[in-house]
Ligand binder design. Sequence first.
Ligand SMILES: NC(=O)c1ccc[n+]([C@@H]2O[C@H](COP(=O)([O-])OP(=O)(O)OC[C@H]3O[C@@H](n4cnc5c(N)ncnc54)[C@H](OP(=O)(O)O)[C@@H]3O)[C@@H](O)[C@H]2O)c1
Length: 290
Amino acid sequence: MSTEISETNPLSNCRLAFIGCGVMAEAIIAGLLRKQLVGPEQVVGSHPRSARREELQTKYGIEMFEQNKEAALKVFPAEPDAASVLVLAVKPQRLRRVLEELKGSIHQDQLVVSIVAGAKIETIADELLHAAVVRTMPNTPAQIGEGVTAWTPSAGVNEKQESQVGAMLNALGKAVRVENERQIDMATALSATGPTYIFLVMEALIDAGVHMGFSRHVAQELVHQMMLGAVLFARESHKHPAELRNMVTSPGGTSAEAIYQMEKGSLRTVLSKAVWAAYQRAESLGEKKK
Ligand SMILES: NC(=O)c1ccc[n+]([C@@H]2O[C@H](COP(=O)([O-])OP(=O)(O)OC[C@H]3O[C@@H](n4cnc5c(N)ncnc54)[C@H](OP(=O)(O)O)[C@@H]3O)[C@@H](O)[C@H]2O)c1
């Protein structure tokens, strides 16, 4: 793997430690290396299982540790200007224990980035006695580098660290900085839970194709490409979705008939209620974890 890292890249002199190397941590590591934002020598990880440690070591050439603390200390900044990021990527139920383990092993100039769903900045900052914390909310397409990740920093995060976070999360697709943790809960309902809404619509359309008489394979191919094309068209045209819809709705035509049925079935209201319910759920889960 090439280690030619551009000097304009905010991660060029940054070392990163991934605490808990499961699906999401691997997606970030793979994206960073693929985009040549870092070289393998800049990345370390920790994992309790030796088979997983060997797997990641062999696949990406990164150094892996059994103890979380060892991985954190490995990227402890030796010089005052050295950039270093610690990524918390364990499941929410493991977080408390991991934070206890890491307490006292974090340098004040290090940045802590959490991808743990529902974990508040305040909890992480208090447990680690550390001011620079970023909370993120990625989604599942991040696993193929096509995700969108909302993120927000604590007051202790400086501009340089913000650009490092942006660069790191762009390796998962697109990174969107939001204003506060309330908006992280909103992003949880919209973009992180979002693929579920789309998969349900996708499934319903494929089933409708089968109902008309298409084979499942053909229905699937037609629906997948139609959805992909519709999103790319909407993005490239910069038009409001209603305008795009009107462009293909001729009087008395098929779209007009289909839209009438969807409005009659309150599809718009159902989607709005679903997103709102997911938002309230995200908020209440966050409250419980406080
Ligand atoms: N996947 C997504 O699309 C997504 C989206 C948004 C947010 N997130 C958040 O991202 C975080 C990671 O999710 P994931 O999907 O990557 O989960 P995951 O694949 O289960 O990754 C977590 C990894 O941590 C390991 N682990 C368990 N105990 C540990 C410990 N004490 N110290 C260090 N590592 C430990 C687990 O090992 P074992 O496998 O042996 O248990 C597992 O490999 C979660 O907090 C989740 O809420 C994920």
